[in-house]
Design a protein. Structure first.
Length: 240
């Protein structure tokens, strides 16, 4: 059995611009217990996203830019093999990165499981990598009435539902989750949306309370009655 490379410090942002073809690595979390439930994971953030969700806490990742060298990031991940279970690609929108299939292959060769966070913007790109993924966290932004108001883009629900259909057909392990505040989606509409997700075959559903800043408490609590119904409808329901 090959020895694991000696521990290396996490990579730092590059001092000089990287070549234009470089993957748009926007950040790295060396260790996370929350980005893939039940897995110890490193999280690689891809910068670049065409949507402009008004509650986004990662606005610095909306514009495509290579802030970290993938070679250094990959070398760091190699030192963590055997200590972590998985690598999650997040964003931004990781499917906006043309070289994502290559990055996933690199990570798989190290022996990691691979997870993906996506808003479901690029169904064709998801189809291209789906067979190489072990888990997907799919963001559902709102119901049909409120989707475009959240994303700032027209017809934005359509690709997200196409991605959901792919996940259900493929049998890939996945979670649907929604960032929720009653000011933009009241409980009645939230429950109607969730019931439709359950009807489609979604087994894991999470409601993430909208926060004014990362780590702050949710702006408004989901009622106990709503939580009880959601627990009944899904095999796994989480309120965060």
């Amino acid at each position: 059995m090959a020895a694991r490379p000696a521990y290396a410090a996490p990579p730092q942002p590059v001092a000089q611009p990287l070549p234009r073809h470089s993957p748009a690595i926007g950040g790295l979390v060396p260790f996370s217990t929350v980005d893939w439930p039940g897995q110890l994971a490193a999280v690689v953030f891809i910068s670049g996203c065409p949507w402009r969700c008004h509650y986004c806490h990662n606005t610095e990742l909306q514009t495509r830019a290579a802030r970290y060298d993938w070679r250094e990031t990959r070398a760091f991940l190699e030192t963590r093999t055997g200590l972590l279970d998985a690598v999650v690609f997040s964003g931004g929108e990781p499917l906006s990165e043309p070289r994502l299939p290559s990055l996933i292959r690199d990570v798989r060769r190290m022996g990691y499981r691979v997870g993906l966070h996506t808003a479901g913007i690029y169904p064709l790109r998801l189809a291209d990598v789906l067979r190489h993924l072990d888990w997907v966290g799919l963001d559902i932004k709102a119901d049909a009435q409120g989707y475009d108001d959240i994303t700032g883009r027209r017809d934005s629900q359509r690709p997200a539902l196409a991605c959901l259909t792919q996940l259900l057909s493929a049998g890939t392990d996945f979670e649907c989750r929604i960032t929720w505040h009653p000011d933009w989606l009241d409980e009645t509409r939230l429950l109607t949306l969730a019931r439709e997700m359950a009807r489609r075959g979604v087994r894991r559903f999470a409601v993430q309370g909208a926060r004014s800043s990362p780590g702050a408490p949710p702006g408004r609590a989901l009622s106990a009655q709503a939580q009880s119904l959601l627990t009944q409808w899904f095999s796994e329901f989480t309120y965060r």
